[in-house]
Design a protein around this ligand. Structure first.
Ligand SMILES: *[C@@H]1O[C@H](CO)[C@@H](O)[C@H](O)[C@H]1NC(C)=O
Ligand SMILES: *[C@@H]1O[C@H](CO)[C@@H](O)[C@H](O)[C@H]1NC(C)=O
Ligand SMILES: *[C@@H]1O[C@H](CO)[C@@H](O)[C@H](O)[C@H]1NC(C)=O
Ligand SMILES: *[C@@H]1O[C@H](CO)[C@@H](O)[C@H](O)[C@H]1NC(C)=O
Ligand SMILES: *[C@@H]1O[C@H](CO)[C@@H](O)[C@H](O)[C@H]1NC(C)=O
Ligand SMILES: *[C@@H]1O[C@H](CO)[C@@H](O)[C@H](O)[C@H]1NC(C)=O
Ligand SMILES: *[C@@H]1O[C@H](CO)[C@@H](O)[C@H](O)[C@H]1NC(C)=O
Ligand SMILES: *[C@@H]1O[C@H](CO)[C@@H](O)[C@H](O)[C@H]1NC(C)=O
Ligand SMILES: CC(=O)N[C@H]1CO[C@H](CO)[C@@H](O)[C@@H]1O
Length: 325
């Protein structure tokens, strides 16, 4: 009589712990999917053209004509209401448009996602998409937030391959009088290759940053080992990774973030084939640790539950002198 109750109880607990484990597994599997989807957002050519033309032709001429393309873009941007507002006027349009709240959001056209570039030197092969988010000073001495995509057609300007422990590659783009550059330095530490430094030299041209101070140049670095990979393997990571960038000029401490995605990088290459070596994925090592631990915890909990219910049932039936058996 009592034992049947406990058997039912035990099976219920068993089912519960199994579903918990299943949910854990599902969560772990789903965890990486949204991250890898986000960098694949296609670049809307019209949005880029609309934004560049609107910024260059703001000669205070006709405000009605500039608003027309904006409303046309909002219809396309409607399905994503969670577009990150990028420091462009946020409160001002609310007074002019008394229409309901969800249908507003006219200005923040999404900044295009960076496109993936491929670069190589004799010792470094690199593939990635990168976007900068940084603060800069405006003509009115205010701080503004700027977004900038590293162009995929940047050229390999310089590289250093002679040293067996430190190698670097420098990408360059932009007009001759204002060269932009991104330098990546790789180091060999304990038999692993790491990206030790990212340095950025970014002159703010009036085409992209019309409100920036004249001749303002952003110099930012990130010095922390990233992309750690065993020797003779290539680092691979599809999801977006954000690295903090700092600028230390005098007492000014500007800050920025570089977001890299779709990364495949390999330094200290010896063969001169262009193909990457065996992939070391940023997530495979993590998940292969996390999944067994989660499964182990779930199984341990299950065993504990079964044991406790069995002992309880046994004690009860013993105290009642095996009545129900
Ligand atoms: C983008 O612009 C082109 C030419 O201006 C036009 O043909 C096309 O329909 C536009 N696409 C969208 C999605 O607005
Ligand atoms: C990069 O790879 C291309 C294609 O294999 C090759 O022609 C070029 O020489 C390489 N560049 C450097 C700097 O090694
Ligand atoms: C850029 O950085 C600022 C400040 O950290 C943040 O508010 C903004 O959402 C970021 N923009 C993007 C597109 O990541
Ligand atoms: C590589 O560079 C490091 C640091 O600059 C230096 O200590 C080392 O001697 C160099 N190695 C070679 C082989 O040039
Ligand atoms: C290299 O490995 C040694 C021993 O395993 C360790 O003490 C040292 O901290 C490691 N160095 C780095 C930079 O990780
Ligand atoms: C900006 O650079 C140009 C060309 O080098 C120079 O003529 C001009 O004086 C500079 N402006 C400022 C404010 O430094
Ligand atoms: C990057 O900067 C942000 C804001 O300053 C800070 O909260 C975060 O901890 C930093 N991340 C790293 C890895 O230093
Ligand atoms: C590098 O490539 C050249 C010609 O493409 C070839 O002659 C040479 O043997 C290659 N070196 C190695 C180490 O594979
Ligand atoms: C749709 C459209 O007009 N796209 C153009 C945007 O601008 C780039 C370069 O400025 C052109 O290559 C695209 O054709």
């Amino acid at each position: 009589m009592f034992s049947t109750k406990y058997i039912i109880c035990t099976t219920l607990l068993l089912c519960w712990s199994l579903t918990v484990q299943a949910q854990l597994d599902a969560n772990l599997k789903n965890a990486n999917i949204p991250k890898s989807v986000s960098p694949d957002v296609p670049i809307d050519e019209n949005v880029t053209n609309a934004s560049t033309t609107s910024s260059t032709t703001t000669t205070a001429a006709t405000t009605t004509t500039t608003q027309e393309p904006i409303t046309s873009t909002t219809t396309t941007a409607k399905p994503t209401p969670t577009t990150s507002t990028t420091s462009t006027t946020t409160e001002a349009p609310s007074t002019t448009t008394p229409s309901p709240v969800p249908t507003t959001t006219p200005k923040p056209t999404p900044f295009p996602a960076p496109s993936v570039g491929t670069w190589n030197s004799s010792c470094i092969a690199l593939k990635m998409a990168a976007q900068l988010n940084f603060t800069y000073e405006t003509k009115e001495n205010k701080l503004a937030t700027g977004l900038y995509n590293i162009p995929s057609d940047a050229k390999v300007e310089d590289f250093s391959c002679e040293n067996k422990t430190i190698q670097s590659i420098e990408l360059m783009w932009g007009p001759d009088e204002a060269k932009h550059s991104l330098t990546l330095t790789f180091e060999k530490v304990n038999g692993s290759s790491v990206l030790s430094t990212i340095s950025i030299h970014l002159p703010l041209l009036s085409d992209n940053f019309p409100d920036a101070k004249e001749n303002e140049t952003i110099l930012m670095t990130h010095t922390k080992p990233e992309f750690s990979t065993p020797e003779k393997m290539s680092y691979h990571c599809t999801r977006v990774q954000k690295f903090n960038l700092t600028e230390n000029i005098g007492d000014v401490k500007a800050k920025g973030v570089i977001s890299v995605s779709q990364v495949q990088a390999e330094a200290f290459r010896v063969s001169n084939t262009t193909a990457f070596s065996t992939v070391h994925d940023c997530d495979s090592s993590e998940t292969s640790d996390v999944v067994p631990i989660a499964v182990g915890i779930a199984l341990a909990a299950l065993i504990l539950v079964v044991l406790i219910s069995y002992l309880c049932a046994r004690r009860r039936s013993t105290s009642r002198g095996y009545m129900s058996f």
